[in-house]
Design a protein around this ligand. Sequence first.
Ligand code: FE2
Ligand code: FE2
Length: 391
Amino acid sequence: MKSNKSPDKPAAQTSGTVDIFRAQETLGSFLSLFSPPKVLQVQDLPQLLFGIVDEVSRVTGAQRGTLYLVDHKEGLLTSYIAQGLATEEITLPIGSGAAGHVARTGELHNCPDAYQCPFFDQGSDARTGFRTRSMLSAPIRNQEDLIIGVIQLVNKQPSFTADDQSFVKTFASYVAVSIENAQLYKEREKTFKSAIKMITSAIDKRDPATAGHSTRVSRLCSVLAQELGLSDTGRTVIEYAALLHDIGKIGVPDAVLLKPGKLDDDEYTVIKQHAVHTKEILHKMHWPREWMDIPVIAAMHHERLDGSGYPKKHKAAEMPLIARILALVDTYDALVAIDRPYRRALSHGKVIEYLGQEVEKGLYDTDAYQALKGLDLSHLKSIYGERILAE
Ligand SMILES: [Fe+2]
Ligand SMILES: [Fe+2]
């Protein structure tokens, strides 16, 4: 976290007044995180926790800091560590180590030498090669006085002061609300994603021959979206649109949907309606503003750039890149993945060759096709397994 504020005051100069000044200074830069548009980023729980730890370490002069979240139901403390661009979750039981002890007792601990602290787990240093010296651990309480987290700071020279203690205490009470908000957001996101998964498996159950299709299409679309440099929001939109693109099949009678062999013209007209149903069904859902194109994108998966698709016969200019990727991947998956009762699956190489001809005819997007063609096989293998190698 960047700050253009004055450098830290040495601990020895601090008094009660300076302590408040420091708290205000830190809160000022911390709260700036919450002014739009950064507010969305801070709903990301690990990112919020990293921000808090950075800030509190910077102000106190700690070498390192960790913020643990307490899950009383599971009896666990959870923390996140940054691993390149990803984050890894680590857990320990309540009561274990200094942080676990604070989570259990709710008491702040300031140990000038961690190795003299009876609840410090020296094994953690042995495992990581890090040498913990001074250590300050403080509980984070919510408004109901429940301990929801523990902030642990280590290695201030020579040790943490009484000012540091009161600063961390004040800071902890301020961040509790943000943490609970981010947790609530994460919880809602989880509920939303599980609802989408439930719907996707309902679509699969309708037609076992295409089971797993929506999930595979979503995963492959996500990979291509990244290859093509789409934003995080664009990627989320394509993932959800892909998961739900065939939801309209719920509205197609079994006699048509599950009919083996070729469909007659009337039946084909009926099955084509599933794209219309998809849009109608998805429009009934409340989407956040940045995802509100999902119904339209999902309904475009059978459109072709030359206007030969359905249901709206959209042309290239009306199809955003997200819709073009989805249309290509939907066809790719239908050809490569499934031994349908009436048609054998084709190899990856054959499908790429076939789609290349379709691109030449102007049906599919060239960039999306090139990204698919140039994809590292490891991506495809992670979705389709070893069979994808077959030529
Ligand atoms: Fe479809
Ligand atoms: Fe599909």
